[in-house]
Design a protein around this ligand. Structure first.
Ligand code: G6P
Length: 619
């Protein structure tokens, strides 16, 4: 959601800002804008609705905007429709209709997040003579900074601190003050922002890929902190205006991993990167001297209940992990959507563990759920992909997935890395509980390490799925069914399809289908049955036959050897055999490919599906 970039150095800012924004396009946006200053001159603002390429054209690739200090933004509308007027940057003065051109304003800024009390603040500012040209909450916060700046004739430090105390909600803010050339001021609460320094120049971004090309040593601004960024240096402050010392964090990701590397889309590239993501994640956990999950065995052995809390695909990982943990460890697991969990008054047992799963580590609902668990005094474990993200920093313990930067909005490799991270956790817990022996654990770990090569084998045969997708790309509905662990995989397969191909699809526990949904099955309806679990195989086959007898076209997804699937299914897909607990890591791959190729066949924007954002940092 929304992207922020900033640059202050010795080169022209606009081309660098545009390039940074292009690296954040995947997050989802509907308009974009830049503000650049040339020395002491006023900032020049340019905005465009729609694709970043419009802004690129308007500024001649940034060449038309002169100056070495600037801020940029891609907006994903929350308050006010997508339009040039509502696009950022916003200014403290009045703005001409185009929203572009040189601005006389005292303060110019961009913002990610949501200001919850913006109406109350707007009313206050209206009384003090401010006029508003946009419908955004951002314009309110910029004008509030201006109000404090002018009213008390105080510098940026106090104006920003006062504003931060006054606003409620979440924000990553970038500001430029007319009287402070060569400086960008940033502030943050619950919305990500990093600052990188290299060679006497400074880069600001809401997300790592935007600055990877320039530096991998970054500062994380803490919650409720702000900073002054000048060429090659940054000073951090807390709400009292006192300086805060910080060290940089080194990001291991390389710039190439955030590029397409010859693939047509990031999604297919990332599907192909899954063997590496799984292997890297497993190798970081299972090391010569033990299982690197920081929870002590003494805590795990007395654990009575686990809550897994997440959103989207990460929630689906939780659903799958529930089966594995319950079966291997004999511990109750509840899986909750973060958006529900945060507002429920669920009694949490003291000897329980809350696991938050999040690729970005910034999802607003997951972060709020984490805080709620902590408030209740329950130990928290974060399973996160982005190093230094809010969830990673705030959880009691963190288990990192090593999927590298994931650019496609529809997650694939991060999901697969999360699956094995949770499987690894299950093995550690089972050992602590004594529900498996060391020998069994070794066997299971060997099976986990066989996943990467088996995914490679599935990918070698992707042509069949591509053919199938092109044949069915005109369908309107699809149903994914499975039982047990297969149901959890069906949920992910269905989400992948609907996210990127816009085909209506639903996932059902196969046994539940006949309680209503089967009335939707008609001549030619596509029903995809997932049948990897030996003990549930016959049951799911019966459910597929019920669909087939009502005219459905059946795709069966099972493991090698279960060839009788062809007696009932019209099209069968096989994945290599593996321990039943881990087969979801294989079964999901053909479903990811199906979603991808359906989207390609329909000529859609695979990596940036409409209305979706990679990282949902608002409620
Ligand atoms: C968005 C993404 C999904 C993702 C979900 C949770 O909706 O489009 O792919 O699963 O957020 O994101 P997280 O970063 O917390 O895993």
């Amino acid at each position: 959601m929304c992207g922020i970039v900033g640059f202050v150095g010795h080169r022209q800012a606009a081309p660098i800002l545009l390039e940074g924004l292009s690296k954040l396009e995947y997050r989802g946006y509907d308009s974009a804008g830049l503000a650049v200053r040339d020395g002491e001159k006023n900032a020049e603002v340019v905005k465009a609705k729609g694709r970043l390429s419009f802004l690129y054209d308007k500024t001649d690739g940034g060449k038309a905007l002169v100056g070495s200090c600037g801020i940029g933004h891609t907006r994903w509308a929350t308050h006010g429709e997508p339009s040039v007027t509502n696009a950022h940057p916003h200014v403290s003065g009045n703005c001409r209709a185009s929203g572009s051109g040189e601005v006389e304003s005292e303060v110019v800024g961009v913002h990610n997040g949501i200001i919850e009390n913006y109406q109350e603040l707007k009313d206050k500012l209206l009384k003090h003579g401010y006029r508003f040209y946009s419908q955004t909450d951002t314009e309110v916060v910029i004008k509030l900074v201006d109000y404090y700046y002018k009213k008390y004739r105080i510098g940026p430090i106090d104006a920003i601190a006062k504003t931060m105390v006054r606003v409620r909600g979440s924000y990553a803010l970038e500001l430029m003050f007319k009287d402070h050339p060569g400086e960008i001021w940033v502030a943050r609460k619950d919305s990500p922002m990093i600052i990188g320094i290299n060679d006497g120049e400074s880069y600001i971004a809401s997300d790592v890929p935007a600055i990877l090309k320039y530096t991998r040593d970054v500062y994380y601004i803490g919650n409720l902190e702000f900073a002054k960024v000048v060429p090659g240096a940054v000073t951090f402050y807390n709400l009292d205006g006192d300086e805060v010392k910080k060290d940089t964090t080194h990001i291991e990701w390389d710039a190439e991993s955030a590029e397409k590397a010859g693939y047509e889309h990031f999604m297919i590239k990332e599907i192909h990167e899954q063997p590496k993501a799984v292997k890297d994640t497993l190798s970081s956990i299972f090391q010569e001297d033990g299982i690197k999950i920081s929870l002590p065995s003494s805590f795990l052995s007395s654990l009575s209940q686990i809550y897994i809390v997440a959103c989207g695909s990460a929630w689906h990982v939780g659903l799958k992990a529930q089966y594995t943990i319950e079966d291997l460890c004999g511990v109750n697991v509840r899986v909750e959507m973060a958006s529900e969990f945060r507002y429920r008054n669920l009694p949490l047992a003291k000897d329980s563990l809350v696991i938050i799963i999040s690729q970005s580590g910034e999802t607003a609902d997951s972060l709020a759920a984490l805080r709620k668990a902590k408030e209740k005094g329950v130990r928290t474990l974060a399973v996160v992909n982005v190093v230094g993200s809010s969830i990673a920093r705030e959880a009691d313990d963190t288990l990192y997935t090593l999927a590298g930067p994931e650019i496609s909005v529809a997650t694939t490799k991060a999901y697969s890395a999360q699956l094995v991270a949770l499987d690894s956790f299950a093995i550690k817990l089972a050992l602590a509980k004594g529900t498996i022996t060391e020998e069994k654990a070794k066997e299971l770990i060997d099976e986990l390490f066989s996943i990467p090569a088996k995914i490679e084998r599935i990918l070698e045969d992707k042509g069949r799925i591509q053919w199938f997708a092109s044949k069915f790309s005109n369908i309107h509905d699809a149903f994914f069914v499975g039982r047990g662990l297969d149901y959890a995989i069906a949920m992910e397969g269905s989400l992948k399809l609907k996210e990127v191909s816009y085909i209506h699809s639903e996932a059902y526990a196969a046994g539940e289908l006949k309680h209503g949904t089967i009335s939707l099955i008609d001549q030619g309806t596509l029903v995809i049955g997932i049948l990897t679990q030996d003990d549930l195989y016959e049951k799911t086959i019966s459910n597929l036959v019920e669909c087939k007898s009502r005219g459905a076209y059946i795709m069966g997804l099972t493991s090698c050897g279960k060839y009788s699937t062809e007696d009932s299914a019209d099209f069968s897909v096989y994945v290599p055999r593996i321990d039943q607990h881990f087969i979801g890591s294989l079964a999901v791959v053909p479903l990811q490919l199906l979603g991808y190729y359906m989207s390609v066949s329909r000529g859609l924007d695979v990596d940036k599906p409409r209305n979706l954002a990679k990282s949902v940092t608002v409620e």
